[in-house]
Design a protein around this ligand. Structure first.
Ligand code: IMO
Ligand code: MG
Length: 439
């Protein structure tokens, strides 16, 4: 039998590109037997909409609404137990009990109940110098710090007799750090809040004992040997990658598809297509520079409203910008994305789209992506005619307005040397709202 392969989906901007919807679309062709998260944690917010059902997955992989799809949480993920258990309960109430098809790596790491507080404490400290990262407060940074410092709780530890001991050792360590934040930086958390978080966490961890915790690398390799294909679901995006994003305004994991292998425990030879996801414009939440930002505040607000650009995890308004081809070329080069989804192409609120094609630093055109985005002093923009709301809900390539068609051709032309195909263009929230573009 032919061996199976893994395709990956990666965000090409700063997250929130609509990856959930495209994953759902990719799963509907019967190519994949499972969907795997390989990095990140409950900082993701992947929205799924099928008919009247709306579900936002933070930690459960996006195949949850496909009844036969296996779901995998890989060793590269930091698992927030309360989020996992409450999402599973929510899915169950919607008629999707995922417990028999969800597999969690015993080598995945647990987010502890103090990690979110440590995350907030760190932001509080950074706030004093105006350098907040603007995290989702899900404890992602502290959880990955503990992984590197070799003191994390592994998901597999839950089932071992010395688990309580390991928890106490880690909690004591975290409490000591929180005391430093309190004494040195005035960050204090009410006892009651910690007590509540602890209880919630303990209950959720108890529930997790009943789940399928396994050697996921072995299981996935077995599936591949049996000819099954898997879709790896990237969370966050290239511009938030800890090594290649705008450090330190990044998340704490490697979001690039290169990390699929390490985050699931598979060799690079099984990777096939890389699906890159972008919007027809750009958004960003959190700290750091944003060279493509729309300068007109009223227009930015209009984009937020039309695109519902408010965080699925935190509810924060997202900054809105024009499409940024300079950043996209960086993201495509790093990720190797060969097939592109462009979402929210029905949203265009001005008669001119001011496409960013280059960055300048002190008058000089940059060839390479800058070390820090705040070194960019201006962005080169090209004006392209807008298309208003003519394309909302369009599902047929032949019905696309001439302005949007020329925008898509313009983008394709600008990315020509990178050999990408724009395979699908989104025109609305529903599963069916898209049209195929390049064959
Ligand atoms: P999805 O998968 C958009 C951003 C945060 C912050 C930075 C670090 O839905 O696209 P963290 O909590 O990860 O330590 O925060 O990363 N961020 C996201 N932005 N979409 C996401 O996920 C994000 N996950 C993290 O806003 O700037
Ligand atoms: Mg999000």
């Amino acid at each position: 039998m032919k061996k199976g392969f893994i395709d990956a989906v990666v965000g090409l901007q700063w997250g929130d590109e609509g990856k959930g919807k495209n994953i759902d679309e990719l799963l509907s062709h019967g190519v994949y037997a499972g969907v795997a998260r390989f990095q990140g944690g409950a900082n993701a917010g992947h929205s799924l909409k099928i008919g009247d059902i709306n579900f936002v997955g933070h930690i459960v992989p996006s195949g949850c609404l496909h009844k036969k799809m296996e779901l995998y949480i890989g060793n590269g993920v930091v698992v927030d137990a309360p989020s996992l258990i409450s999402e599973m309960a929510q899915l169950k109430s919607l008629g999707f009990d995922v417990s028999s098809r969800l597999y969690i790596s015993n080598r995945a790491k647990l987010v502890s109940y103090l990690h979110p507080f440590l995350d907030m404490a760190d932001e509080h400290m950074r706030g004093k110098s105006g350098t907040k990262v603007g995290t989702t407060s899900r404890g992602i940074g502290p959880a990955y710090s503990d992984v590197r410092a070799r003191r994390s709780l592994l998901v597999g530890d839950i089932l071992l007799p010395d688990f309580e001991q390991k928890v106490s050792t880690l909690v004591e360590f975290h409490e000591n750090i929180l005391n430093v934040y309190r004494d040195k930086y005035g960050f204090e958390i009410p006892e009651q809040k910690i007590k509540e978080a602890k209880e919630k966490w303990q209950n959720a961890v108890k529930e997790m004992k009943k789940l399928q915790i396994c050697d996921l690398s072995f299981l996935i390799q077995q599936r591949l040997k049996a000819g099954k294909n898997i879709l790896a679901e990237g969370a966050q995006a290239v511009m938030l990658d800890v090594d290649f994003g705008d450090y330190p305004n990044v998340t704490s994991s490697n979001t690039l598809p290169a990390n699929v292998c390490l985050g699931l425990g598979v060799p690079h030879t099984v990777l096939r297509d890389i699906y890159g996801v972008m919007k027809a414009y750009t958004t960003k939440v959190g700290g750091g520079s944003f060279p493509a930002r729309i300068e007109d505040e009223i227009l930015e607000k209009a984009f937020q409203k039309a695109g519902n650009e408010f965080g699925a995890t935190t509810g924060r308004p997202r900054m809105c910008g024009w499409i940024d081809l300079f950043a996209l070329r960086h993201a495509i080069g790093l990720s190797g994305a060969n097939k592109i989804f462009i979402n929210k192409a029905d949203i265009c609120l001005s008669d001119k789209v001011k496409v960013v094609t280059g960055y300048k630093s002190e008058g000089k055109n940059l060839k390479e992506f800058p070390l820090y985005l705040n070194q960019v002093t201006s962005a080169t923009r090209e004006e392209i005619p807008g298309w208003g709301d003519a394309n909302h809900g369009v599902k047929d390539k032949k019905k696309v307005s001439k302005e949007l068609a020329s925008y898509l051709n313009y983008i394709k032309n600008k990315l020509k040397d990178l050999n990408v195909k724009i395979i699908s263009v989104g025109t609305g929230k529903d599963r069916e709202d898209f049209f195929n573009w390049d064959k």
